[in-house]
Design a binder for this molecule. Sequence first.
Ligand code: NAP
Length: 289
Amino acid sequence: MSGPTGGPGAPSAATTVVGVIGDPVAHSLSPLLHNTAFAALGLDWVSVGFPVPAGEAPAALAGARALGLAGLSVTMPHKDAVADLVDECTAVARRLGAVNCVIRRKGRFVGDNTDGEGFVASLRRGATFEPAGRRCLVAGAGGAARAVVLALAEAGAAEVVVVNRTPGRAETAAALAGSVGRVGRPEEAGSFDLVVNATPLGMAGAGAPGAEPVDPALLHPGQLVVDLVYAPRRTPWLARAEGRGAVALSGLGMLVHQAAAQLRRWTGEEPPTDRLWEVATAATDAAPG
Ligand code: NAP
């Protein structure tokens, strides 16, 4: 780990670099998670955040190619644009039209999407919940919701119902689940095994304070309720769901497991997921809001 230009653990001319691109990116936990894993695995790799404004993804990808980066983690607002900029997409990234992870293979950039995989892994790991045969409701129809809908359907969910403010986007998201997908209404929430908030409602600094994706009064014991929002880690909605007797899971698990999936793709090694979980928890404990 020591290089000719630095002390032990310091990056050197031989260090393999991955980048995190987004805007904003300064508060992203991804470099922390990646670098924690690289250190634990004894790899001379480093992850660096690069603020890339909207519209600049083509220049960022060209720069990453020229600089020989081994991969990229892609966050808002670039996930859709990067899908059109890589040399090829995996089947999941193609269906979602969105890339959150770029892997350099033999000089070519492959676009993948680990959000849905991370979500399902967080259900299994965080709540021993297996989606196969279960009825699932997803509130929201943006990038995160679409990844969740597709992953739940691919994991064998019996039904994946989407509720969203804009009906047309709900149709598009529900279509990803094929024959088990449909558009629904928030009032149906009491009849599902799994209820997911995939909107920013409840996120620190997000608008519409007090607005909730579904009425917590509809939630009850026997349900798993997941809020993809992880800052704050326990949103008021999630707390109210728990107060109603539902099992409550924060979006931090999805964040950790989608990062773990990226690390697997890049390095071919098994990342220390429990350690990543501890680090992410400590970082969100320390964060304001
Ligand atoms: P996005 O693409 O902008 O989609 C946002 C969705 O929320 C849209 O369906 C939008 O409805 C809906 N929405 C926004 N404001 C709303 C409001 N005031 N009332 C009702 N609905 C509203 O965002 P995204 O990338 O999917 O992210 C959604 C959330 O998931 C964010 O909080 C993000 O931080 C979180 N997330 C977490 C993880 C994780 O690892 N835990 C990963 C990705 C995202 P319309 O279609 O009507 O506009």
